[in-house]
Ligand binder design. Structure first.
Ligand code: HEC
Length: 257
């Protein structure tokens, strides 16, 4: 049998429920208790997912004979994240002054000389105090929480189309210049380096906080959540879609089963 046919047959078998054991499971589940069967399938699916996550050994035991194991050097090439606590900062330094000509040469064509953007490329500066307005402008200075995200992003992904071509000193100089464009660094002589990087704070950091729903919505997360008549007061209509008049008059609403 040709390989191709062989593969489509086994795919068809898989669709039918795979091996005999799971086929019995499927046919048994076709019985009366449909909702239960769904729950069982869901649980089985979750179990398979959890098992796959929990035991990486499973994946490595199965030899597919494709690709090759990643070398330590290859892993190091991907493992370049820089975190807010300074983890991963490369050794290097550069001043705002050093950064300006580099930025003009390697970034300005897309992001504009002052980070204002050229055409429809993303802006890198501006938008201060616009977050609560009708048209929020999210830039590094107006929105981003951490300076580490800026240097990580530039190091990882920019210049667009030639990413990871900046030397570490160029990276610090350009990052310093971008922070200068955002009025976060204010002196052109400031030298940014792996030593002082952690002192740089972005203005919007305070507006980012850990997900606190477990505490803030504690009343909701209980064993026996309210499932009927849960509103403390009767519902009141506070606004009407007047133009198309879709809000029913009190007492005339269709019955919801
Ligand atoms: C050829 C055009 C081009 C050049 C040159 C370029 N960028 Fe970008 N940049 C982009 C595009 C496109 C994005 C958005 C990418 C995305 O969202 O996936 C971007 C995104 C960014 C962002 C994130 C903006 C945001 O708010 O999401 C930063 C920071 C940035 N670039 C910095 C730089 C720096 C610094 C340089 C020079 C070293 C540079 N870029 C060069 C096109 C460019």
């Amino acid at each position: 049998m040709s390989k191709c046919l062989d593969r489509s047959l086994s795919a068809a078998r898989l669709r039918e429920g795979g091996d005999p054991e799971s086929r019995t499971l499927v046919s048994r589940l076709r019985g009366n208790e449909r909702s239960l069967s769904r729950a069982v399938l869901l649980a089985a699916g979750i179990a398979v997912g959890v098992a796959a996550l929990a035991s990486p050994a499973l994946a490595s035991e199965k030899k597919l004979n494709i690709g090759s194991a990643a070398t330590a050097e290859e892993i190091a090439g991907w493992d370049i994240d820089i975190r807010p606590d300074g983890h991963g900062l490369p050794v290097g330094r550069g001043t705002v002054k050093d950064g300006e000509p580099l930025y003009v040469e390697r970034c300005a064509a897309c992001h504009g000389e002052f980070g204002e953007s050229a055409g429809r490329w993303p802006i890198l500066s501006g938008g201060n105090n616009t977050l609560a307005s009708h048209d929020p402008v999210k830039s590094i200075g107006s929105y981003w929480p951490y300076a580490s995200t800026v240097i990580d992003y530039i190091r990882r992904a920019m210049p667009f189309g030639a990413s990871q071509t900046l030397t570490n000193d160029e990276l610090y100089a350009i990052t310093a210049y971008v922070l200068f464009l955002n009025d976060i660094i204010t002196s052109e002589d400031f030298e940014l380096s792996d030593k002082n990087f952690r002192t740089i704070k972005l203005p919007n950091e305070g507006n980012f906080f850990e997900d606190d729903r477990e505490v803030a919505e504690k009343a909701f997360w209980r064993k026996d959540p309210c499932m009927s008549n849960c509103m403390p007061d009767p519902a009141a209509i506070t606004g009407r879609a007047r133009v198309i008049d879709v809000t029913p008059e009190p007492g005339q609403a269709p019955k919801v089963e």
